[in-house]
Design a protein. Structure first.
Ligand code: AMP
Length: 503
């Protein structure tokens, strides 16, 4: 596997593989430590290849564990510190792991797994390394990682990504980026629980780059974030548009201060002309790439370099040309391909497509399919159209949204709200700003029983309880208490009427 070969190759140099808060891990250390972890996993758990869980944030120790898992033929499941306890426990139950690397202070609920903290990891890393055989490395359809995304039933779905899927994505995208093995630095900001982080990990480490990690604390302190960025020497920026939007509120975000930066890779949500305008003013020579793709088809399945013509055009910014090794088509309601310029659902067929959701045949059968020639396909749920070989995105078919780069199923929030004490029913809406981007969420709830508390108090209590069930980025900003929901003529909740109230 390219990333593993590359780590071995650069282990013979002095190159840094990852830097976080001034701490550095070299390729040599990454190689040796991942060998030790692979050896430990193989000796401790023998042929049992249940995925391992890594619970933390951006600690430098996480990468050797991921790589060690791959070298021992196991998949890893990264869980970010920001996930609420309930969701973490749900995922642990789903995976039923033999081992959990827990770098947080959080106590995990009952599970049968061996839990390893940072101190215990140090003991594992004290062992001698003997030559490891490549025979144990992940192969072909073996899973490399499983990422959990918001699920409409209120239960997250585990997307399984194999070596074959990753090879399909990286072979295309590293060529698209013109990456060579020069010692550049790439931004490693996206949480490991989201698949855009696969770009720095697999394409960065696969080409000898240094990953510049920004952890949760840094991201919460803008002054510190800028201090670090200015001294980072990053050449390639990888993020959702949301982070760049936040940075462009500051004058220092420009090519005088962050002088090595030559390319921006955006993915995960709509890239607006406003942000592109800001960036072209501040980084006049930088390449700006809009990448598009769902986790289920491995990070990105289309990409495009933004040019002046696209900014000046009436049309929205395109999501680009399709990935080389897959087929991307637009289909109508009957599953037939539509003509150029006609809108429909975007589907993808080929080696990038995941085998499906872990232990979830029902959801897998809904979204995945086999093509006539037996290849794996995925219905993205995204509406799009083709024009002159370029794809344009036109929103979703369902209630999935992106808020600040995070993928959220509205029904996931509603289902969890219904679990909150005294809530009878709930409806959640995205609220849009003038640029037609979602700025926040509003929930309407009806209670089982009235009480003496003010509406403000009630809404604070509801939000606090909800925080225990779902990640904080999914919590609606406003929770409005209603006596009852307005109903339409069919007797269903009149969403249109409620929506009027959030405008
Ligand atoms: P995720 O699985 O978190 O990467 O989210 C995938 C979804 O994000 C896609 O199905 C789209 O709805 C949306 N998305 C990803 N990239 C873009 C983009 N460049 N422009 C618009 N929407 C995007």
């Amino acid at each position: 596997m390219k990333i593993l070969d590359s780590i071995e190759k650069f282990a013979k140099t002095e190159r840094a593989a990852v830097k976080c808060l001034g701490n550095e891990l070299t390729y040599k250390e990454l190689n040796e430590n991942s060998d030790k972890i692979a050896k430990y996993l193989l000796e401790e758990f023998k042929s049992d290849r249940t995925p391992i869980i890594i619970y933390g944030n951006k600690e430098n120790e996480i990468l050797p564990i991921m790589i060690g898992a791959l070298k021992s033929g196991r998949a890893y499941v990264p869980l970010d510190i920001t996930f609420p306890e309930e969701r973490v426990n749900q995922i642990i139950k789903e995976i039923n792991p033999k081992v959990i690397f827990n770098f947080t202070q959080n106590n995990l609920k009952t599970h049968d797994a061996l839990e390893i903290n940072l101190d215990q990891l140090k003991d594992i890393l004290k062992c001698e390394i003997s030559n490891l055989s490549r025979d144990t490395w992940v192969k072909d359809d073996d899973n490399c990682y499983i990422l959990f995304t918001s699920g409409s039933t209120g239960k997250p779905k585990g997307v399984q990504i194999s070596k074959k899927n990753i090879d399909s994505f990286t072979q295309w995208f590293e060529k698209y980026l013109n990456f060579d093995e020069s010692p550049n630095t790439i931004l490693n900001q996206i949480s490991y629980s989201f698949d855009v982080s696969v770009i720095p990990i697999y394409i960065g480490l696969g080409n000898g780059k240094t990953l510049f990690s920004l952890n949760k604390d840094t991201l919460e302190d803008l002054k510190e974030l800028f201090n670090q960025l200015i001294n980072s020497h990053i050449d390639c920026w990888v993020s959702t548009p949301a982070l760049a939007e936040m940075c462009s509120k500051f004058d220092d975000f420009n090519d005088e201060k962050i002088s090595d930066l030559t390319s921006f890779v955006f993915a995960g949500e709509v890239l607006t002309k406003k942000l592109i305008g800001e960036l072209t003013k501040r980084f006049s020579k930088a390449r700006i790439i809009n990448g598009y793709g769902p986790t289920e088809a491995t990070v990105l399945i289309s990409a495009i370099d933004i040019n002046k013509q696209m900014i000046e055009s009436e049309k929205s910014i395109p999501i680009g040309y399709p990935i080389e090794n897959c087929e991307l088509s637009i289909i109508d309601k009957n599953g037939n391909k539509v003509k150029d310029g006609e809108k429909g659902e975007l589907i993808v067929i080929g080696d990038s497509v995941s085998k499906g959701y872990l232990n979830n045949p029902e959801m897998t059968n809904k979204a995945f399919f086999k093509s006539a020639d037996g290849k794996q396909g995925y219905k993205t749920g995204d509406l799009a159209y083709y024009e002159e070989g370029i794809i344009y995105y036109c929103g979703r078919k369902d209630f999935q949204i992106k808020l600040n780069g995070f993928r959220i199923e509205i029904e996931d929030i509603e289902n969890n709200l219904r679990k909150v004490n005294n809530i009878n029913n709930a409806v959640v809406f995205p609220v849009f700003n003038e640029e037609h981007k979602i700025s926040h969420l509003t929930a309407f709830v009806v209670l089982n029983e009235e009480n003496e508390l003010s509406n403000l108090k009630k809404s604070i209590l509801i939000k606090n309880e909800l925080k225990k069930l779902i990640p904080s980025y999914m919590i609606p900003r406003n929770v409005k208490i209603l006596k009852e929901f307005p109903l339409n003529t069919n007797g269903k909740i009149d969403r249109k009427k409620l929506m009027e109230a959030v405008k």
